[in-house]
Design a protein around this ligand. Structure first.
Ligand code: 13P
Length: 331
């Protein structure tokens, strides 16, 4: 049996974190369109190559989460993406959930799909070179009404089943109950919901006897909602984020990674730095790092515009952002 703990721990190598490049076809299409880039399978491949083919990324990245389509594709160097990443010491991972759908009894809330044929798909992803996986659940805040306890619980049950199957298949699971930034809520409300989601998740993981030491938690930071006028300082974000995590995540987990969730690249960088400092102050027991999609990609996409001649400038902006986020880990 593969020992998953060292693989999970290697994602937290000093100064390194994860690039989440696992946008589904639907999300990648919308993301590229927002930069005026028309999409096609070839444009998506070039989009991935922009971020995976950049020289020097291995200084900053321990892992990359891929979309299943990308596992089978080749970079401009004619090498399969997972092989070329692994050759540079970057672990390839894969998103294995199949997206969300509304919950029939609470249609404003979402439940994540993808358990039905999961074992077969995991065997295939492993053959294709994946070492770890991700499953994203989505938790929406709306005043005191949402999330409902049952939406949190149903999503936790699926995350637990996912984690168990992934560990059985010899892969590391990342469990992501994402509390959305969208909304008018306060930072205190976000903190309480993050705590509730993670507390419920770990109670279900315990019931299902899922091994904690070889799993990674991916969480949102505690932030005021995107429609709230409140501008949180990094210190406020750090204090509330650590409070929620210290009250809910057992010390045995391999580590915790953060999503950027719609924060600007600078916000996601500054908040990470403050979180790392706060973690030291409160003697947080787990390693922490980033697992960002938008905060690492946005500046580069703005420059790239889907054009070959813009690749060097776009990659320079991406490497610059990677260096800043990595420096925040040593804050
Ligand atoms: P963002 O950093 O853009 O939030 O994406 C991270 C992620 O993996 C969401 O599932």
């Amino acid at each position: 049996m593969t020992d998953l703990v060292p693989i999970a721990r290697s994602l937290f190598a000093e100064g390194k974190g994860i690039l989440a490049a696992d946008e589904s076809v639907h999300t990648a299409t919308a993301r590229l369109a927002s930069y005026g880039i028309p999409t096609s399978a070839e444009m998506r491949r070039k989009y991935r190559d922009l971020f995976f083919g950049a020289e020097g990324i291995e200084q900053f990245l321990s892992g990359v989460i891929l979309f299943s389509e990308t596992l089978r594709e080749k970079g401009n160097d004619k090498k399969l993406f997972p092989k070329s990443l692994a050759a540079r010491g970057i672990l390839p991972g894969v998103k294995v959930d199949l997206g969300t759908e509304p919950i029939s009894t609470s249609p404003e809330e979402l439940i994540t799909q993808g358990l039905l044929d999961l074992p077969e798909r995991l065997a295939e992803y492993k053959k294709q070179g994946a070492a770890f996986t991700k499953w994203r659940a989505v938790i929406r805040i709306d005043g005191d009404q949402l999330p409902t306890a049952s939406a949190i619980h149903e999503n936790a049950k699926r995350l637990a089943q996912y984690a168990k199957e992934v560990q059985t298949a010899g892969l590391v699971p990342i469990l992501e109950p994402e509390v959305l930034l969208e909304g008018k809520h306060s930072r205190a409300r976000a903190r309480a919901v993050i705590k509730e989601a993670l507390t419920t998740l770990f109670s279900v993981l315990e019931e299902q006897s899922v091994d904690r030491a070889s799993l990674v938690v991916k969480t949102s930071m505690a932030l005021s909602g995107s429609e709230s006028p409140r501008k949180d300082t990094p210190e406020e974000v750090a204090e509330d984020t650590l409070a929620a995590l210290m009250e809910s995540v057992p010390r045995q987990v391999a580590g915790i990674v953060f999503l950027s969730g719609g924060q600007s690249p600078d916000q996601a960088t500054d908040n990470l730095g403050a979180i790392i400092r706060r973690a030291r102050e409160v003697s947080a027991p787990w390693p922490l790092t980033f697992s960002y999609a938008r905060a690492l990609q946005d500046e580069a996409l703005e420059l790239w515009k889907g054009k070959e001649e813009n690749v060097p400038a776009a990659r320079a902006a991406y490497l610059d952002r990677l260096a800043k986020v990595s420096a925040a880990l040593a804050a």
